[in-house]
Design a protein around this ligand. Structure first.
Ligand code: GDP
Length: 197
């Protein structure tokens, strides 16, 4: 799929105010600083559709972008930012679970993880939550340019091993680098293949 048009539609703090039409949507989520904004810009071939890191954890909004006039790319806030208080963490969790549990037009979520790091409990727990709620998701490994091919293979294998402790099947996964434009076709191809089903 080629991204011919990408338009910012709306930012929301409540799922009830998200676009009402039923276009298929794909949501991107991950820890702050994982490279989500850069990935969204890479996927859409736009330099600054999504704003790259100001202060992590600051913007807690659901951002809808309309792609090719027929699907939504949804930029969800980064999680796991250490400097937020417990009560705002709780609020944040509710806000995110409301989104996932209410948005029937969501085709798939993408959980972004930095390929350099060992599997982190916060990401695994989040995937567990998605699984338990039967929300389809894929994993996007980011910043693959930071590792040599062998290390990429090793890190991905380690991740898969960890997932297979809890899951019978692996979710689809993608290896990406926004700075080297790696994985764009694969992620967009997956979206194209699933958004008319
Ligand atoms: P976000 O907070 O998840 O939206 O992350 P950003 O897209 O703002 O990126 C966080 C930091 O990681 C920035 O310094 C980016 O330049 C860097 N970064 C993002 N993607 C990549 C990548 O693919 N390769 C490398 N080397 N750095 C990246």
């Amino acid at each position: 799929m080629r991204v011919k048009s990408a338009e910012f539609v709306v930012s929301n703090s409540e799922v009830e105010k998200c676009p009402k039409n039923l276009l298929p949507e794909y949501a991107f989520i991950g820890r702050s600083n994982v490279g989500k904004s850069s990935l969204i810009n890479m996927l859409t071939d736009r330099k600054s559709l999504a704003k790259t890191s100001g202060r992590p954890g600051k913007t807690q909004l659901i951002n809808h972008f309309l792609i090719n006039k027929n699907w939504y790319l949804v930029d969800l806030p980064g999680y796991g930012y250490a400097r937020v208080s417990k009560s705002s963490k709780k609020k944040f969790q509710k806000f995110i679970t409301n989104y996932f549990e209410q948005r029937k037009q969501l085709v798939s979520a993408f959980v972004l993880v930095d390929i350099r790091h060992k599997p982190q409990p916060i990401d695994l727990e989040f995937m567990q939550y998605l699984g338990e709620n039967e929300i389809p998701f894929g994993i996007i490994f980011t910043k693959a340019d930071k590792l040599k091919p062998q290390a990429i293979e090793r890190h991905v294998a380690e991740y898969c091993q960890e997932l297979l402790k809890f899951w019978e099947e692996l979710p689809p996964y993608f290896i990406t680098s926004s700075s080297k434009t790696i994985g764009q076709e694969e992620v967009l191809g997956f979206i194209e293949a699933t958004n008319n089903e």
